[in-house]
Design a protein around this ligand. Structure first.
Ligand code: PA5
Length: 455
């Protein structure tokens, strides 16, 4: 059921051509109608963004955007114990993915010292869920005004500056912040970092509130929302979590170099795209199931769900992504994966090195659970057995799988992961003849909602 070497070889010229076009950021391909120009092809700006930011940092250090981000994060971190990151879609999911992958599990539960002095991070403005917002406001409210350490701040992220969910949350959380600062707006403004387009409602509002221009960061023109994780959109929250943003960008830069230079049959981007494209177009494997073999990667999977769905789900095309976390979801989905419709490609994302030392199954005098036969085996060993066993089972029924190994889930690897999938997404779009940028379909519900609200 999987793809053959012959099919891969036959597809190679088209894939190499797509690679060439992506590297040349071939605006002509869009204007010629080969790829519909749903949005300005300059959205291609994500490709060289890590290199541009790193080069600017080398030259200007503290004056560069990265330098300013580091300074702003360091200053805010001194003042607060909690930061609420407001944003949705491409202005949210990447930062959450980074936190889950790179910070300790239960990071927010650790003491300040255990967190390395970095603040607790919460995500809101990604819904209009009354109870979620109220729950967080209550949590913050109970902390207010006790000691400086329990003060909190806001990072508000919206490229357009007009997204309802984020805008509503910003209004509500800003009001709460001003209150917790004893009504002192100037004091509250010092605890807010906006990330937004150079112009727009959020840019205007930030200025009016008194946020300083040196701690207001741009979402660069030409970098679309779901391609913006390696801009200030992801970098500001990452710096606040204590992650090394230089290493994050260096990881991404390594992946760009690999995409540019590696031969087609050794090129991780081209290989992945080729198999996905063939499975979708020749085998009707319209479901792309991302099997994350680590809880730390669930949001990294959801980030890809958005990237694929929103970029390529157009003109009745594009695979439907679904993130699963194994072994958890084997207990809810494996039945269908093993014996359901033959419409799935399974992409295993496997972590080779865990954060903590391997925890063994202990030997016990109480063997009623009959586990003493595996006493001494470690959790990573059990996980490896689960991965092998699942792959074997799928193979026995001709269920196609791809294995991707991440050496760890540190920032460098995550930088590679994000850049790898963003580039792959654009190349895949080329093969399908779909412009990955823009999301005209999303406007439909927004328009209807606006009408219903009488706006
Ligand atoms: O990929 C996209 O463009 C979207 O998912 C946006 O990121 C999302 O709608 C949020 O937009 P904004 O940053 O303008 O608030």
């Amino acid at each position: 059921f999987g793809v053959t070497e012959t099919e891969l070889a036959a597809l190679q010229p088209a894939v190499v051509q797509a690679q060439k076009e992506v590297l040349e950021a071939d605006a002509k391909a869009y204007s010629s109608g080969k790829v519909p120009a749903e949005k300005d092809p300059l959205d291609h700006g994500f490709l060289d963004l890590p290199d541009r930011l790193l080069a600017e940092y080398q030259e200007k250090r503290a004056e560069s955007e990265l330098g300013r981000i580091m300074t702003a994060a360091a200053k805010l971190r001194e003042k607060v114990d909690r930061v609420v990151v407001l944003g949705i879609g491409g202005s949210y999911m990447g930062a959450k993915a980074l936190m889950d992958a790179c910070c300790q599990p239960y990071y927010n539960e650790l003491t300040r010292a255990e967190r390395g002095g970095y603040p607790r991070i919460y995500f809101e403005g990604n819904n209009i869920d009354n109870d979620a917002s109220q729950g967080l406001l209550h949590l913050l409210g109970t902390q207010q005004g006790t000691t400086p350490e329990t003060r909190w701040g806001i990072v508000v992220i919206s490229k357009s500056g007009e997204t309802l969910e984020t805008a509503v949350a910003f209004r509500q959380f800003t009001a709460a912040l001003v209150k917790s600062c004893g009504g002192d707006l100037a004091k509250a403004a010092e605890l807010i970092i906006p990330v937004t387009g150079v112009t727009g409602r959020l840019a205007d509002l930030s200025l009016a509130l008194g946020c300083k221009p040196e701690v207001t960061f741009p979402v660069p023109d030409g970098v679309g929302g779901r391609f913006s994780i390696l801009s200030a959109v992801g970098l500001v929250p990452a710096a606040l979590m204590g992650l090394d943003i230089l290493r994050l960008l260096q990881g991404a830069s390594l992946m760009t170099k690999h995409f540019r230079e590696a031969k087609p049959d050794e090129n991780l981007v081209l290989q992945f795209v080729s198999v996905c494209h063939l499975m979708e177009t020749r085998r009707m494997a319209n479901l792309r199931i991302l099997c994350m073999w680590s809880k730390a990667l669930e949001c990294a999977g959801l980030w890809y769900d958005q990237l694929l769905a929103e970029s390529l789900g157009k003109r009745l095309l594009g695979a439907t992504p679904l993130t699963t976390v194994n072994t958890r979801d084997l207990h809810s989905r494996a039945q269908q994966h093993q014996q359901g419709r033959r419409d799935k490609l399974f992409v295993n994302v496997i972590v080779d090195k865990w954060r903590f030392d391997a925890l063994p199954v202990g030997k016990s005098d109480f063997d009623q659970d009959k586990l003493n036969d595996i006493a001494g085996k470690t959790m990573p060993e059990l996980m490896t057995a689960a991965i092998q066993g699942t792959n074997e089972a799928y193979k026995s029924d001709g269920r196609p799988t791809i294995d991707l190994h991440l050496p760890t889930t540190d920032v460098t690897v995550m930088g590679q992961y994000f850049q790898w999938l963003m580039i792959a997404n654009v190349v895949e779009g080329r093969l399908l003849g779909i412009n990955p940028y823009g999301q005209p379909g999303v406007q439909m519900y927004k328009g209807a909602m606006k009408r219903i609200l009488g706006r």
